[in-house]
Design a protein around this ligand. Structure first.
Ligand SMILES: *Cc1c(COP(=O)(O)O)cnc(C)c1O
Length: 314
C-alpha cells in the first residue's frame, strides 16, 4: 500500500469561542474522492479484498451514498471492478451515481423489499455462492473491519481533548473510535430523528468488535470514557435540511474555509457551536470535532435545494 493511505489527517484549530477551544480533525482532506470515515471503513476491507484474490467489490447503499461513491473511487484508483446495489428500483441517476458510473462502477437499482435483505446472512450466503468472484462489503462499510478503520482515527490523536464529537448514522464510526481506549467524553450527533437507538447499537458494535479482535489486543475501552448523545440537531431527520443549516454552513465556510456536508458534519458543527453559544460548555474545554467527509453529496443536495432558493456556496 502506498500514498495517501498512511497520511494522518491534520488537526486544525478552528477558533476559541466563549473560552471554548474548538479543533477539527480534517478526514475530509485524506483524499478528494475516497475520504472521511468512508475511507476509514473501507481501508481494511480493501486489504481483505486483496488477500481474497476476488475480482469484484460489491456493496449496498442509498442513491446519494458517500460509501458508494468512495467504493467506486477506490476501484478506479486501484483498478478493480466495483458494483453497487442501490435502494429503490426507480432510481436512475443523480450526481453521485453519475460519479460512480464515471469510475466504472456497475450500478443496479433494486426494490426496497430486496434491499431489506442486505444484512440477512441467508441472502448473503446465496449471493456469495452465486457470485464466487465477489467480495462483499456491508452497507456503509459497517461491521468489524469498518470499526477497525475508525479506531485508527483516535490513534492519530496524541493530545488530550475533553470532548470528541462525531456525527452518527449507524454509530459504527463512534464505536470504532471508542474502541481505541482514548479517554474522553465522546459526543455523538445523530443525523437522524430518534437517535436514542444508537446508544445500544454502539454498545453492541463494541462488544462484537471486542470479541472478534481481542486476540489482536484491539477493542479496549477506557472505563473513564463516556458517551453523550445530542439528539436535537437532526433538522427534521436523515437527509433533511433547513435554511438555517445551509446559512450556517455557508457562513462557517466564509469565516474558516472549512467545507461541511449537509447530511452529517454540518449538523454536528451547528450543534457544537450552538451549545457553546448558549453557554452549555464551560470555558477552558477543549473540543475535537471529527470531519467525516461527505462532500461529494453537495452537488446532489444543491440540485434539490434549488427549488427552495437555497444553495451551498462551495
Ligand atoms: C456515513 C457518514 C457518517 C456516519 O457514520 P456511521 O459510522 O454510520 O455512524 C458520518 N459522516 C459522514 C460524512 C458520513 O458519510
Amino acid at each position: 500500500m502506498n500514498s495517501f493511505e498512511k497520511i494522518n489527517s491534520p488537526i486544525q484549530h478552528v477558533d476559541t469561542l466563549n473560552g471554548v477551544e474548538v479543533y477539527i480533525k480534517r478526514d475530509d482532506l485524506i483524499h478528494p474522492e475516497v475520504s472521511g470515515n468512508k475511507w476509514r471503513k473501507l481501508k481494511y476491507h480493501y486489504e481483505a479484498f486483496r488477500e481474497s484474490n476476488k475480482k469484484v467489490m460489491l456493496t449496498f447503499g442509498g442513491a446519494f451514498s458517500n460509501h458508494i461513491a468512495a467504493t467506486a473511487a477506490l476501484g478506479k484508483m486501484y483498478g478493480f471492478e466495483t458494483k453497487a446495489l442501490i435502494r429503490g428500483e426507480e432510481i436512475t441517476t443523480n450526481p453521485t451515481l453519475d460519479f460512480c458510473r464515471s469510475c466504472g462502477m456497475e450500478i443496479e437499482a433494486i426494490s426496497r423489499k430486496q434491499y431489506d435483505e442486505r444484512d440477512n446472512p441467508e441472502f448473503l450466503g446465496m449471493l456469495g455462492e452465486a457470485l464466487p468472484e465477489v467480495y462483499l462489503v456491508p452497507e456503509g462499510g459497517k461491521g468489524v473491519l469498518g470499526m477497525r478503520g475508525c479506531l485508527d482515527i483516535m490513534d492519530e490523536v496524541k493530545d488530550q481533548f475533553d470532548m470528541v464529537c462525531v456525527a452518527g448514522g449507524t454509530g459504527t464510526t463512534m464505536a470504532g473510535m471508542m474502541s481505541s481506549g482514548y479517554e474522553t467524553n465522546f459526543q455523538l450527533f445523530p443525523a437522524l430523528k430518534g437517535g436514542d437507538f444508537l446508544r445500544p447499537a454502539i454498545q453492541k458494535h463494541i462488544v462484537d468488535f471486542g470479541q472478534e479482535l481481542s486476540t489482536q489486543g484491539l477493542g479496549k475501552i477506557s472505563t473513564r470514557a463516556t458517551l453523550t448523545l445530542q439528539n436535537d440537531y437532526h433538522f427534521g431527520g436523515y437527509g433533511k435540511v433547513q435554511p438555517e443549516l445551509i446559512h450556517f454552513m455557508n457562513s462557517l465556510y466564509e469565516k474558516y474555509q472549512i467545507p461541511l456536508d449537509p447530511i452529517y458534519t454540518g449538523k454536528m458543527m451547528f450543534g457544537i457551536l450552538d451549545k457553546i453559544e448558549k453557554g452549555e460548555i464551560k470555558a477552558g474545554t477543549k473540543i475535537l470535532a471529527i470531519h467525516t467527509g461527505g462532500l461529494q453529496g453537495i452537488k446532489g443536495m444543491n440540485e434539490r435545494l434549488q427549488k427552495r432558493g437555497l444553495q451551498i456556496n462551495y
